[in-house]
Design a protein around this ligand. Sequence first.
Ligand SMILES: CC(C)(COP(=O)(O)OP(=O)(O)OC[C@H]1O[C@@H](n2cnc3c(N)ncnc32)[C@H](O)[C@@H]1OP(=O)(O)O)[C@@H](O)C(=O)NCCC(=O)NCCS
Length: 250
Amino acid sequence: MKEPKPFAAMPIEIDLCSVDRHTGPDNSLAPASTLEVTVLARRIRDDESLTGREGWSDADRADVDRVIEGPPRERIAARRTLTRQALGLVAGPDAASTEILRTCEHCGHPGHGRPRPAAGGVHISASTSGRWVVVAVAADPVGVDVESVDAMGDPDLVAASVLTAPELDRYLTVDERGRAEWLTGRWTRKEAVLKASGRGVPDLPEPDVSGDTVGHRGATWIVWTWRLAPGVMLSVATGLGSRVRWVAAI
Ligand SMILES: CC(C)(COP(=O)(O)OP(=O)(O)OC[C@H]1O[C@@H](n2cnc3c(N)ncnc32)[C@H](O)[C@@H]1OP(=O)(O)O)[C@@H](O)C(=O)NCCC(=O)NCCS
């Protein structure tokens, strides 16, 4: 991978989440290893589906146009645009225009699999929630998930359906005022691992994501969680030994 260039815009102010040690082992964002994860995050614009088109492939355009107009279309458009920008930034202009495959590695479905550049070399993951879009690019398989606390619904109901039994015990010890955020952090950790593994939500409530490292389906992932903005949680899961290189607004 090429050395990423510094971003021109201000980095987002990152609040490392102290709840239940939901961070990486050393809380560091500094590059230190060849196994780097570059994370880009920004707010979604109202006109993503009109302004992003230039960098898209024909498949990107078709995927976006298939989605009903409104916030869902702007969200998929934002994921496609930021994915292309992230690939270009990390792996060069050829990678930015590569075909992205979404075939499921588990069942062969053409559309619900982990996205991967046909050219190989790097792994990608994308997520949107509310007004936020996040993309991660890494040398190892990677999963990213962003979620607004407000989008989670009734915390007690959600907790009962998505947490493992030990996680549910832990949830019940969290102060009631902090439960919604705690749960949202847990949720993003699970989705990040499930995206890194390519499985998605069918595996819920597994995996248990209490530790800094998480085992799931024979693989072990390192997982970081941040409060991206007030009420917005972000998690990244990737191979052991990796480091988050940047979290930045562009
Ligand atoms: C993956 C999943 C958790 C995404 O969560 P979401 O809340 O819907 O949406 P997000 O905005 O956070 O993420 C969307 C991104 O998830 C990614 N994604 C979709 N399916 C994925 C999978 N199986 N593995 C990894 N990432 C996946 C896509 O890249 C998508 O972005 P893109 O359309 O720009 O490529 C969810 O769609 C899911 O679980 N889908 C079911 C997958 C499935 O059917 N698996 C069965 C295996 S046999």
